[in-house]
Design a protein. Sequence first.
Length: 553
Amino acid sequence: MNNNSKVLALKYRPQTFDDLIGQEVVAETITNSIKADKIPNAYLFTGIRGIGKTTTARIVAKGLNCLKGIENLCKEDLCNNCKSIAESSHIDVLEMDAASKTGVDDVRDLIEFSRYGPTSAKYKIFIIDEVHMLSKQAFNALLKTLEEPPEYLKFIFATTEIKKIPITVVSRCQRFDLSRIKSSELFEFIKGVKEKENGKASDAALKLIVKISEGSVRDALSLLDRALLSLDEKTELDLNAAQKIFGYFNKSQLINLFELVLKGEEEKVINIYRKIYDQGIEPKVFMNDFLEILYYFKNIDSLSLESTNFSLNDEEFSKIKDISNQVDSEVLILFWQFAISSLEELDIVSNQHLSIEMFLIRLMHLSSIKLKKNLDQEQKNNNLDNQPVNEQMFENNSRTISQIKNVAQEEKQKSQSKPEIKSTEKNLINSFEDLLEICTLKKEIKLKYELEKNVNLVKFEINRIEISFNDNLDKDFVKDLSSKLYEWTTERWIITFSKSKGQMSVKEKQKNKKDELINEVKNLEIYNKVMEKFTDAELIDVKLNERKEDKND
């Protein structure tokens, strides 16, 4: 095949250790071991797709069998062995795809073939790609030969899923974990390839390719190949063209959308999203990018522009930093949880586009979201003791200040919201007994059961409950209790777990009281007389008769 007709991923495939990028430590270690003649029985290369596992395996095979030796490894003028290995036609270097040959019979044939020494090379080498696909029986058949092979036999394994390989096999190999290629290094590499190919592409477009490839050289070269072929030779590939080709959109749009979500500008948010959708962006791509932006907003203070892997430019990075200083961390964490749950919903909803719109609307209607600045302002208002303020006015103003909603949303919510809890009902829960009683009134039977059966009260205060619990407590208990307390009192309650044992649970108290009553009755004369006549009788419960007291009242 003409070299010019090859795809870029094959045309620029490394042929020597010097050609490898991002794997300098691995290359140096293997080179030194061959020079020192301390060659392991088997090599194991693991890592993500497209970072050079199979390529490194072939280079190792060349290093072991090159007629010029490892120090003068063939680069351009290839010896017979290196040329045959590069073309996958060497009789002593056998490449096997474990995905298509997974059975024990295939491995037995391999072992049988290994009994014969090399024909024209120093070592007979078996390169097994995607080795994790071998069956359990195949691995077992390989163990003995792998541990004590003939001096002329070497194994080279490559896999993307190291955890699927039995530990007995891994322990017999010299393992090398190939790392993802750094963004800056990969960018310089594909930029060099672009220049060699006389392609026209802007740095911004190349950075987008680097981001999408996620550290995979093969993916980056394949994307570059596709991009350069998508446009006329005289037309430069810019960022906008690259985004259309690869189905990505400008991050600045997403940052503007996020800012409008915080402000509650519902109409503008939906319009921006629809423009993004009209660009051909898949809903899942949008959600993953939204999660990425959330991550940057939450952790922007600990990140540098370089660490974002070319996802952001200088202007976007600065804008995120400015906005993040105004947003409470709790808001971002809450957004993250909503985004994750909405991402799962996409597999259920037939029209994913509508699901995304509803997700954005839900974010804007979260009533507990607050900006730090607004919280500070509200705190200042609370501290103005000397200034006479109408209580009702203050409540209305603070609600407007603290919520990230516009006036239209606020009025709409007022018209649709349920009647507020009366002020006399807000202070109903002043003790643990009050909490149990309101659970009964509100018909929260499951919650009451957990409180009575599996909870030991340590301390009860207004807006704060400290408890210990047993192993049977429901995993959603704290979430359910907090939610109901907020619903009933319109105030946030803190539920804390204590190492102290606390009081007996309500059910334990009831059982103890019942046992005491039963013991008291057993000491009565009437009980003894009943037992004399009914020897098989058993006292299982005692009920107090309060009829006389009721009549007297």
